[in-house]
Design a protein around this ligand. Structure first.
Ligand SMILES: O=C(O)CCC(=O)C(=O)O
Ligand SMILES: [Fe+2]
Length: 276
């Protein structure tokens, strides 16, 4: 096998007049023009450093957790980001897996959350309604460093996600749900040699996400992401009636490991059904 690369559709923010975008988006999309008016477009590493003191939790800004590729049995090791230049000089062009620890704005820095404007087509969000019970809060800032990548995965509770690229570039590889069965040997690990993933699959999206772009990734789409440059992104996970079945499927697969999530979700679905 050798995967055919599918072009990811690029659509203009203004042309999205669908009331519920998630209902119709069964593949990834890049949306242009969505974040032009966000005050967050002006963020850079210096501006972010002004928020919070270094000993407060601000994911990946001062420390980044790294390990070599294919070293899932080893722990991530914290590196001060100020010293990454020295580390790179030592290892040359080698790539590292990084742990994408995120900076959770509503909890850690509400004043920065106001710089992000949730696009209207992502406003129908049941995960936000569960957030108080489950402790999952978005939006988040995800800071990455050149030549680092994160493991092949799908997102928490198999939710959909969007990512707004604020600064820098990320190389994305996204697989349709039909490819998932082939990817098991590579799941939850970072494989810098992406040709190895393309060699065992039929179809994939491969693209670079650039500053100013907004990416939507539906549920059940495995993805592996690499920071082409140092980067700042805003991430957000969501689900609603259109992909709740993906979330339920994931919870059933996890079985008793997620009873509390199940309980809260069942309550929410019952509320929705009874209100209809
Ligand atoms: O940018 C990354 O490293 C990973 C992004 C992603 O897939 C996620 O946060 O779930
Ligand atoms: Fe993800």
């Amino acid at each position: 096998m050798s995967a055919t690369i599918i072009d990811i559709p690029v659509i203009a923010h203004d042309t999205i007049d669908v009331e519920d975008f998630v209902a119709h988006a069964h593949q990834p999309y890049i949306i242009r023009g969505a974040i032009d008016q966000w005050p967050a477009r002006d963020w850079n590493f210096e501006t972010l450093r002004r928020f919070g003191t270094p000993d407060e939790w601000r994911g990946n800004l001062d420390w980044v957790h790294l390990r070599p590729p294919h070293a899932e049995d080893e722990p991530f090791v914290p590196f001060p980001t100020a010293n990454l230049g020295a580390l790179r000089a030592e290892v040359g062009a080698a790539k590292f897996e990084y742990e994408p620890t995120e900076w959770c704005l509503p909890v850690q820095c509400p004043e920065l959350a106001a710089d992000v404007r949730i696009p209207r087509y992502f406003a129908n969000d049941w995960l936000a309604r569960l957030a108080p019970q489950l402790g999952v809060h978005y939006p988040r800032i995800l800071i990455g460093y050149a030549n680092t990548g994160s493991a092949l995965h799908y997102d928490v509770f198999n939710t959909a996600s969007w990512m707004a690229m604020i600064h820098g570039k990320k190389d994305w590889l996204v697989f349709p749900p039909s490819e998932r069965k082939y990817l098991a040997p590579f799941a939850e690990r970072y494989t810098p040699d992406t040709d190895a993933l393309l060699a065992i699959t039929n179809r994939a999206y491969r693209f670079t996400l650039e500053a100013g772009d907004l990416l939507f990734v539906p549920s059940s789409h495995y993805h592996q992401v690499e920071n082409q440059t140092d980067s700042i992104a805003v991430t957000y996970n969501l689900f609603n009636e259109h992909n709740v079945s993906d979330v339920l499927g994931d919870l059933f697969a996890q079985g008793t490991r997620a009873p509390e999530v199940f309980r809260q979700l069942a309550r929410l679905v019952a509320e929705e059904v009874l209100a209809a």
